[in-house]
Design a protein around this ligand. Structure first.
Ligand SMILES: [Fe+2]
Ligand SMILES: [Fe+2]
Length: 155
């Protein structure tokens, strides 16, 4: 195991599923929608910390591409994604359910971003790192402190 593409691709799919459930709950059950958005937001924040602190450095340290190259662009896209999360979160907590446009914007950025990771970055990591390096990365991901990503609804 220790396949980055498989593991992270599955997490993309899992998060897509939570977001889809959130969107349909917005039309029927607001408190359920809030819970689902909370799960989505903290889950995606965790996923981003895994990438920025553990997986991207595997690429950056080997290629010496830090401020330019694919991970620099992906870090910038993460900031856009997190900005959408905060804006949607604010609307929902103010009981304003008009989040259609923000949702569409988030999906647009996120879809292309995830596709790039799955087609370029994750396969590169699987190919260019050793089994041991990936084992260490997965261990770090597992032990990540929740304070790093559990920021939602006043937590
Ligand atoms: Fe990402
Ligand atoms: Fe990702």
């Amino acid at each position: 195991m220790n396949n980055v593409l498989e593991f992270m691709g599955k997490d993309h799919d899992r998060l897509d599923g939570v977001f889809k459930d959130f969107r349909s709950a917005m039309n029927s059950d607001i408190s359920k929608a809030k819970q689902l958005f909370h799960d989505f937001k903290t889950g995606l924040q965790k996923h981003i910390v895994w990438e920025e602190e553990i997986l991207f450095p595997l690429f950056e340290n080997k290629t010496r591409m830090f401020d330019e190259g694919p991970t620099a662009i992906m870090r910038m896209e993460h900031r856009q994604i997190k900005d959408f999360l905060e804006k949607i979160h604010k609307r929902i907590s103010e009981k304003d359910c008009d989040v259609e446009l923000l949702q569409a914007g988030l999906i647009e950025v996120l879809t292309e971003h995830n596709n790039k990771e799955e087609s370029i970055l994750y396969p590169w990591i699987d190919k260019e790192t050793s089994e041991l390096e990936r084992e260490e990365a997965f261990a770090k991901m597992k032990n990540l402190s929740p304070e790093k990503y559990c920021k939602c609804c006043g937590e």
